[in-house]
Design a protein. Structure first.
Length: 210
């Protein structure tokens, strides 16, 4: 897959292709494609491998925060991604365009608001300077949260370059890639929760021996 990465962070495992993500990608990248708001609802699809690895009740302890870049089209694309994530057991929230990227709005985000933040940009001619500035603001506010930048009209070969310019953790040029990344992070979160719960009884037993 064409998921760009920044630094030495591990690349997410690929999941079985999600039909609804592929359909949306095909529409968005086709010549003369209508805006996302005109493409209709995302197709229903069976859950893929990533969701199967999530234990019941642990699908998403923290939501993915989908933040629209600059325009209403960016917001529509963010909403489509949130819908796709929801169909795969990942809770997602959408921050509207013109609201989510202001310095005041970012400063009010809870430091525990999300495990992954996905910036959504539909403009193929986007200047990456603005996206990099937003990534820096988010990093300053949210610390270790993973930042995924989605450039939905860019070519697959541009992902690594876009990550180098924006300093995002990962860059995706398709919804399928973004879904793969978010599923991977959800699985890792679920595993971490299981490990912590398994460790608690052992700690109590040890304390009792003491």
């Amino acid at each position: 897959m064409s998921l760009g990465k920044s630094g030495s962070r591990n690349e997410p495992v690929a999941s079985t292709p999600a039909p609804e993500a592929a359909t949306t990608d095909a529409v968005l990248k086709s010549p003369g494609s209508p805006p996302p708001s005109e493409t209709g609802s995302v197709e229903t699809a069976p859950p893929d491998r990533g969701r199967a690895e999530l234990a019941p009740g642990r699908e998403s302890q923290k939501p993915v925060l989908c933040i629209a870049g600059r325009s209403l089209l960016d917001e529509a694309a963010a909403a489509l991604l949130a819908q796709i994530l929801g169909r795969h057991g990942i809770e997602a929230k959408v921050e509207p365009a013109g609201k989510g990227l202001g310095s005041g709005r970012i400063s009010r985000l809870s430091t525990d608001a999300a495990r992954v933040v996905c910036l959504s940009y539909l403009d193929a001619d986007l200047s990456t300077a603005g996206a990099r500035f937003v990534v820096r603001r988010l990093r300053r506010r949210l610390g270790e949260v993973k930042i995924l930048a989605g450039f939905w009209q860019s070519g697959p070969g541009q992902a690594s370059e876009l990550c180098a310019r924006t300093k995002a953790d990962f860059c995706a040029t398709t919804f399928r890639e973004a879904l793969d990344f978010c599923l991977h992070e959800a699985v890792e979160e679920a595993k971490a929760g299981v490990d912590q719960n398994d460790a608690k009884p052992a700690a109590k037993t040890f304390a009792g021996v003491e």
